[in-house]
Design a protein around this ligand. Structure first.
Ligand SMILES: Cc1cc2nc3c(=O)[nH]c(=O)nc-3n(C[C@H](O)[C@H](O)[C@H](O)COP(=O)(O)O)c2cc1C
Length: 328
């Protein structure tokens, strides 16, 4: 299993509807030493919902962190106890999601306004599990947008025992911007994350937001402990592989051989009745920018949803990349 502390250098962001277990299995093949995060799961769902469906994961995914949403310390603590039993390596608290639904439930990014409550949540979570409890946050929300406020937030939560923060290095506007706009419009301020690390070297700081190139990651790692990649890893999975190789000094493999390593998993899932389309969606961008990339995507998106679709669809998509032609 990958060394957990070292995996901090590179992680793949939690992304709702994207980083499900199938996707994480693929990302693990691409990036054997990275830390992977689940989609956010609300603490109440963990307690009341279908646990195997919500929390189950493949053994190959380690090191994998469960991201929880919520703001009730007792619920979060109970969810941590349950998650520990499932074998997660870390529990992360979401203090960054700006959607209306999340705000109405008083969790996610709006918690940036309630550092004392976040501290209480972290203390309760730490009391319930021996796993590391980490926090993923923004730089601020709404009118709270000075470095001093951000720093005070971190200090309050660190005082409750959180040693590691993933900083999505932009603020969120809770009124007026959609979640998508909140990932694009507020400007990135990497310097705030760097300053935080310089002022609090005792904390482990992971930088997130807008990192797409290996060179950017190298630069960030001169200042902070890790980088977290979201959309670039999903839309162009081969970039994630290149980042793994550059950051951990491992040899690069070609796209086809990486994809072929998915075959036993895909076959096993199909046997269990999982439809190919649920697995193949995370593969669509593998040949992004390559000859035949458009055809690869087209074959997968048109044929994976058909009844009875199996591994032969992936073979057909691979054959399309050998014919070459277009790029996308
Ligand atoms: C489709 C989608 C779903 C997301 N879901 C979550 C989530 O469940 N929890 C979370 O903390 N952040 C979520 N995010 C935000 C990402 O984790 C990340 O912070 C953001 O995309 C910025 O990183 P990037 O520029 O590398 O994509 C989501 C982002 C996307 C694109």
């Amino acid at each position: 299993m990958t060394d957990y502390p070292n995996s901090i250098r590179l992680s793949v962001a939690p992304m709702m509807d994207w980083t499900d277990s199938h996707c994480r299995v693929f990302h693990r093949i691409l990036a054997p030493q990275a830390r992977l995060y689940t989609e956010m799961v609300h603490a109440r769902a963990v307690i009341q919902g279908d646990r195997p469906r919500l929390l189950g994961f493949d053994a190959s995914e380690h090191p994998v962190a469960l991201q929880l949403g919520g703001s009730d310390p007792a619920h979060l603590a109970e969810a941590c106890r349950i998650a520990e039993g499932f074998g997660y390596d870390e529990i992360n608290l979401n203090v960054g999601c700006p959607s209306d639904r999340v705000q109405a439930g008083r969790f996610g990014a709006c918690l940036m306004k309630e550092p004392a409550l976040v501290a209480e949540c972290v203390a309760a979570m730490r009391g319930a599990t021996r796993l590391p409890v980490t926090v993923k946050c923004r730089l601020g929300v709404d009118e709270h947008e000075d470095y001093g406020y951000f720093r005070a937030f971190i200090d309050a939560v660190a005082a409750a025992g959180c040693r590691e923060f993933i900083v999505h290095a932009r603020k969120a506007w809770l009124n007026g911007l959609s979640p998508k706009e909140n990932r694009e419009i507020p400007p990135l301020r990497y310097d705030w994350a760097y300053r935080l690390k310089a002022e609090r070297p005792d904390l482990r700081i992971v930088l997130n937001g807008g990192l797409t190139e290996t060179a950017q990651c190298d630069e960030a790692l001169r200042h902070v402990d890790g980088v977290m990649i979201g959309r670039a890893a999903y839309h162009e999975p081969y970039r994630l592989h290149q980042m793994q190789c550059a950051l951990f000094g491992t040899p690069e493999a070609d796209r086809e051989s990486l994809l072929r390593r998915m075959e036993p998993y895909v076959r096993a899932q199909l046997q269990r009745g999982v439809a190919l389309k649920h697995i193949s969606k995370c593969l669509l961008g593998l040949y992004h920018g390559q000859p035949g990339g458009r055809l690869f995507r087209q074959v997968l998106s048109q044929e994976a949803p058909l009844p009875g679709a199996d591994w032969s669809v992936i073979e057909k998509a691979l054959a399309a990349t050998r014919i070459g032609g277009d790029r996308m």
